[in-house]
Design a protein around this ligand. Structure first.
Ligand code: NAD
Length: 357
């Protein structure tokens, strides 16, 4: 298997593999770019079928973190790690400790946080072997929990509020119709916050109990997973998986805005142009879902949660406004404008908007 020739290699600075036979750890750390600062990114544990699949995932995710941090105006680079294995079967204290040792070997060039399959408690176990962890509180004890999901939801809400004003001509979210795909850590919290502002909700999840809970707690309308994108709504919020906006979804969509937390929402890049041609405003995923990254960074800086949330909201709105205004003025796709701005920021050609850092 080649690494330098890999289709997702994209000039990564470091890619390291680790095997610890005693604990069964097989892991990869990818550091994409540290021009703006050390790399900060989550650790994902997933039963990849082989190491090629794991490498592909970690490379794509770490590049995404570089762009996310750049446009969130953070002094951070992009990196990510993956552990090959089923978190329900193969996770153990010894394996997490070995992962902590692996992370420590980067001397702070890579800082780990939680991602799917790895929770806050797991990161705390890694922290017994390395100081280079985030997302576990760490602000002098003010935050008991470091889970970034509520902050991610807060950022998505800020993005939806921006789109409601600028794309839908609304002054508030009262009566806004939103379809949420996925009621997990981010999606359910987003649903709660939207409901508190008077929005009407349509929801879908592969776990029926989550849908039932949203129906009874939030007055949401439950729909089948295959039908969520065809609902008569103003906004669609993908908060489950990547690559969900594909040709089929494009034909089904009735919403004028796509604004959700999932990473890599577009099945392929040119879909951004197709959405733009149909007059659908797509808020680029790595911009609108940056609230969690910002929160874990601010935790490490000792910034209060209140201040963190204020910065997340204003930064995400400012960056989205810059992207959408430029895309509209030039008739370009929002995802392409976001990529261009991120690259310019990395090259020092673009001053960031907002005041997050
Ligand atoms: P999660 O695993 O808690 O929730 C995902 C939910 O989606 C689950 O309830 C799952 O049952 C549901 N789901 C899976 N397949 C589905 C389908 N086909 N249709 C409908 N529902 C489906 O994950 P999360 O932490 O809430 O993250 C959601 C998304 O946001 C992920 O793509 C994640 O990578 C991204 N994200 C999360 C954060 C964060 O802070 N948690 C930050 C940035 C990006």
């Amino acid at each position: 298997m080649s690494v330098f020739e890999h289709r997702s290699f994209d000039d990564h600075e470091r890619v390291a593999f680790c095997q610890d036979k005693a604990s069964g750890l097989r892991a990869i750390v990818a550091i994409h770019n540290t021009r703006l600062g050390h790399a900060l990114g989550g650790c994902r544990m997933f039963p990849y079928r082989n190491s090629y699949e794991a490498l592909d995932d970690v490379l794509r995710l770490s590049r995404g973190m570089t762009y996310k941090a750049a446009l969130a105006n953070l002094p951070l680079g992009g990196g990510k790690s993956v552990i090959i294995g089923d978190p329900r079967q193969h996770k153990s204290e010894a394996l997490l400790q070995a992962m902590g040792c692996f992370i420590d070997s980067f001397n702070g060039a890579y800082v780990v946080a939680e991602d799917s399959g790895i929770n806050e408690q797991d990161v705390r176990v890694m922290a017994t072997r390395t100081a280079h962890v985030a997302g576990v509180g760490g602000d002098g004890g003010v935050r008991q929990h470091g889970d970034p999901s509520p902050a991610t939801a807060h950022g998505v809400l800020a993005g939806i509020s921006y789109a409601a004003r600028s794309c839908l001509g609304r002054t508030d979210l009262e009566g806004l119709r939103v379809a949420i795909q996925g009621l997990g850590n981010v999606g359910y919290e987003l649903a709660r916050q939207l409901r508190a502002r008077g929005a009407q909700l349509w929801v879908a999840d592969t776990v029926p109990e989550r849908v039932q809970q949203a129906i009874s707690e939030l007055g949401a309308t439950g729909v089948g997973v295959a039908d969520i994108f065809s609902q008569p709504v103003d906004v669609v919020a993908p908060c489950a998986l990547g690559a969900v906006i594909d040709d089929l979804a494009l034909n089904q969509l009735r919403a004028r805005v796509i604004a959700g937390s999932a990473n890599n929402q577009l099945a392929y890049d040119d879909l951004g142009k197709a959405l733009q041609a149909r007059g659908i405003c797509y808020l680029p995923d790595y911009v609108i879902n940056a609230g969690g990254l910002m929160e874990v960074h601010f935790q490490r800086q000792g910034i209060s949660r209140e201040d963190s949330y204020r910065r997340i909201g204003s930064q995400i709105e400012a960056t989205l406004a810059q992207i959408i205004e430029r895309a509209t003025a030039r008739g370009e796709a929002s995802n392409q404008v976001a990529d261009e701005l991120a690259r310019q920021r990395l090259e020092g050609k673009q001053q960031p908007v907002g005041n997050a850092a």
